[in-house]
Design a protein around this ligand. Structure first.
Ligand code: SF4
Length: 321
């Protein structure tokens, strides 16, 4: 009788342990599966001074390239399918970004390798060397008008931003790279009609963001920018989107859609958690288990899909221009 009881308890114990281990693995897999698309802001340095910038130059640090590769490999092993390199301005470090796009495509075989840039520092010979490793290049531009761009700070003295945009557009076509435009809707441009420019350069995707305040970046006491005067209401943002609603490439992103729907890695490869309205860093993925870092990132999987975060993000052989 005693024997039966001991065996029964032993059996129940085994079942409970197996269930706990199973739940742990399912939970862990769910967490890892959520990091399919990651934005690595590897530098905060930039040659522009956009008044609404929400990733400002509070440090000048950049990881050694081998450390960055180690982190990217960890992300890839955890299920990352798309990596976006951003800043600051990524082309303040052309060799670094070149080495990383090559590594991601050639060694890690990542589905989609993309860059967001202001376009002003990209050299033609960089494209000759590294263009083949890029799926999408997004250039930031908020207006048809150079004076408005100057007011926003989206320019560099002596250089016309729109001229740079057109130059990059041509290079993307030449190197078979999907071309994208990112626009921030703010107090300077919400009444504008950018249709002529968009119809001319024909981006595959035109991402339109509502100017967002982030404590410690473009708002609050210690921030390097004060973007309070740049913010627009939901109605003003909708006005801009309605002006361009006929354009098929338009992808609007209000403040609500943006919040917590991005995995953002900073220059030390720490996920930035925006749940409380500021970017709070966790532990670097270089020093911790990746599922723990993801779990503490504040990322909301539902918001990611709601904003259309998963789309056709790899280039084919024949782009339809
Ligand atoms: S180009 Fe981008 S990173 Fe540079 S100042 Fe403007 S918003 Fe900030």
């Amino acid at each position: 009788m005693l024997n039966i009881n001991i065996n029964t308890y032993y059996f129940i114990g085994l079942i409970i342990s197996a269930a706990i281990i199973g739940i742990y693995f399912i939970y862990n897999k769910k967490i890892l599966n959520s990091a399919i698309s990651v934005n690595y802001h590897f530098t905060r340095q930039c040659n522009y001074e956009c008044k609404f910038c929400f990733h400002t130059a509070i440090t000048s640090d950049v990881l050694p390239v081998e450390e960055a590769k180690r982190g990217l490999k960890k992300l890839c092993n955890a299920g990352m399918k798309k990596i976006n390199f951003s800043g600051g301005e990524p082309f303040t470090k052309p060799k670094f970004i070149g080495e990383l796009v090559e590594y991601c495509k050639e060694t890690l075989k990542i589905e989609s390798v993309t860059i967001v840039s202001n376009g002003s520092l990209i050299k033609n010979n960089w494209f000759d060397r590294y263009g083949k490793y890029i799926d999408i290049l997004a250039i930031s531009c908020d207006s048809n008008n150079e004076d408005t761009l100057k007011k926003i700070g989206r320019n560099q003295k002596g250089k016309e931003h729109i001229k740079q945009l057109k130059r990059i557009r041509y290079l993307c076509k030449k190197h078979n790279i999907l071309f994208k435009i990112n626009t921030v809707v703010c107090s300077e441009n919400w009444q504008e009609d950018m249709s002529d420019l968009i119809n001319l350069v024909k981006p595959a995707r035109w991402k339109v963001f509502q100017c967002l305040l982030i404590d410690g970046e473009n708002a609050g006491q210690n921030a390097l920018r004060d973007a309070k005067k740049m913010v627009v209401t939901k109605e003003q943002f909708n006005h801009f989107c309605n002006t361009h609603k006929e354009l098929k490439c338009l992808v609007p992103e209000s403040n609500e859609l943006m919040r917590n729907s991005y995995f953002i890695l900073d220059e030390y490869m720490r996920f930035l958690n925006n749940v409380n309205g500021k970017k709070e860093p966790g532990l670097s993925i270089l020093d911790t288990d990746i599922s723990v870092a993801i779990d503490n990132s504040g990322f909301d999987r539902k918001s990611f899909y709601k904003r259309g975060g998963k789309y056709k993000w790899s280039k084919g052989n024949n782009l339809d221009w």
